[in-house]
Design a protein around this ligand. Structure first.
Ligand SMILES: Nc1ncnc2c1ncn2[C@@H]1O[C@H](COP(=O)(O)OP(=O)(O)OP(=O)(O)O)[C@@H](O)[C@H]1O
Ligand SMILES: [Mg+2]
Length: 111
C-alpha cells in the first residue's frame, strides 16, 4: 500500500486503499480453484496503474467465477458489503475472464 501513499493521490488515497483491500481479500477467499475457501494466494496478482486522470486497480485470481452483483445485505449480515463499498468508491468496476482458470477484477477511480 505504500505506493498508493507515495503517489500522493490526496483525498483518493483512502478510497484506493479500501478498494485494493476489498478486491484482494475477495481474491484470496473466493478466487482459488473450483472450491471456495481453498485459498492459493500465489494465484492472486495485484496491478496498480496510475495515470494523470485515474487510478486503476486490477486483481487477478485463479478461477473464472464472477464476483456476485452487489446485493443488499440484511441489517444483521456480517458480510456481503465489500463489493457495495467498491461500487460506492470506484467510478467503474468489472471483471473479465483470463483464459480457462483465471480472471481479473478491476476498478477505476477518477483522480
Ligand atoms: N474474486 C471473486 N471470485 C469469485 N467470487 C467472488 C469474488 N469476489 C466476490 N465474489 C462473490 O461475490 C460475493 C460478494 O462479495 P462481497 O465482497 O460483496 O461480500 P463478501 O466478501 O461475502 O463479504 P465482505 O466483503 O462484506 O466481508 C462473495 O460472497 C462471493 O460469492
Ligand atoms: Mg468481500
Amino acid at each position: 500500500m505504500a505506493v498508493l501513499w507515495a503517489w500522493r493521490l490526496g483525498p483518493m488515497a483512502d478510497a484506493a486503499v479500501t478498494v485494493v483491500s476489498e478486491l484482494v481479500t475477495n481474491a484470496i477467499l473466493y478466487g482459488s480453484g473450483p472450491q471456495a475457501g481453498q485459498a492459493e494466494p500465489e494465484h492472486v496478482g495485484l496491478t496498480l496503474r496510475h495515470t494523470r486522470d485515474e487510478l486503476t486497480v486490477i486483481v487477478t485470481d485463479g478461477n473464472t467465477s464472477p464476483p456476485a452483483h452487489p446485493a443488499t445485505p440484511g441489517p444483521y449480515a456480517e458480510s456481503g458489503r465489500g463489493l457495495r463499498v467498491v461500487d460506492a468508491l470506484a467510478d467503474q468496476w468489472g471483471w473479465t475472464s483470463l483464459g480457462v482458470a483465471a480472471k481479473a477484477v478491476w476498478a477505476t477511480i477518477c483522480l
